[in-house]
Design a protein. Structure first.
Length: 285
């Protein structure tokens, strides 16, 4: 009897506990969870087949893309030659020196560092003259000879960067006065040409046929328009220059090329880089 009452009491206690917890623990289950718990067959979603088909189609398209890329023909298969890039210019030693290193010193009047020239433009960043070291040695010998007569060279131009030569050619396409940079690349660009005149001890220019950069026929050598004084002074300059390896240019009384100029490479290095001490240059393009 006691056992029976104990069991009844235990059963009531369990029922009361369950009833008391039900409001807090009872959660409405999703129908799908009920199906799984009761081992019922799953209901087929109306979107399942469509989604599966889309996934299969996507995988198929991805496979096709990979297959096409892996079989893509290379430029060699298509006989297509890849576009070649222009190689960088090979630097070369320029051997240019400032005429300020020459003794006795030359008088300098660098016209292309001013607008007072045939272009009417400032072409050089500052007044400076550079020449090949061989030319500098020859000019020094000329200076030593002229000094004995109380005379001196005045230089208007020496080395000219290739880029400046192109600019001059665009303005004056006349090879009597400006070298075609696409042909010979010029002579000034090699540091082997100089534009000079004569001055006395006081720096006064001797009378010459024309002013510098005069592109008239009177600037040509042996022009019949020269006065006796102009011819005497021009021939004095010519004799001094020819003695030390310079060749007079027929269309400009002031222009002289160093012998063998064609054996020196044309150069393109800026005046700024030369002043910074750059030792190499490139060939004009």
């Amino acid at each position: 009897m006691k056992q029976h009452r104990a069991n009844q009491t235990s059963g009531l206690s369990r029922n009361a506990l369950t009833a008391s917890l039900t409001p807090f623990c009872q959660v409405e289950l999703h129908p799908l969870s009920v199906q799984i718990q009761n081992n019922l067959p799953l209901a087929k979603s109306p979107f399942t087949d469509r989604t599966a088909r889309i996934c299969k189609l996507g995988l198929f398209l991805c496979w096709c893309c990979i297959a096409c890329l892996s079989r893509a023909e290379t430029p060699q298969d298509l006989n297509v030659t890849p576009q070649e890039t222009s190689p960088s210019p090979t630097p070369l030693e320029h051997n240019l020196v400032s005429v300020a290193t020459i003794y006795p010193p030359l008088l300098q009047e660098i016209r292309y560092a001013t607008a007072c020239n045939f272009t009417g433009q400032v072409l050089y960043p500052f007044p400076a003259a550079f020449v090949h070291r061989d030319v500098a040695a020859a000019l020094q010998r000329v200076q030593q000879d002229l000094r004995k007569e109380g005379l001196c060279l005045k230089i208007f131009d020496g080395y000219r960067p290739g880029s400046i030569q192109f600019k001059m050619w665009e303005l004056v396409r006349d090879e009597r006065y400006v070298s075609d940079p696409t042909d010979s690349k010029g002579k000034h660009t090699r540091g082997t040409a100089v534009d000079v005149t004569l001055v006395d001890r006081m720096g006064n220019e001797l009378a010459m046929p024309t002013p510098y950069d005069d592109f008239s026929d009177k600037a040509h050598r042996f022009s019949a328009k020269w006065t006796k004084e102009e011819r005497t002074n021009s021939l004095k300059l010519e004799a001094a220059m020819k003695k030390h390896g310079f060749i007079p240019f027929v269309f400009e009384w002031w222009h002289y090329d160093y012998v063998g100029w064609e054996n020196y490479p044309p150069l393109d290095v800026s005046f700024e880089n030369l002043m910074r001490g750059a030792k190499s240059a490139v060939r004009p393009r």
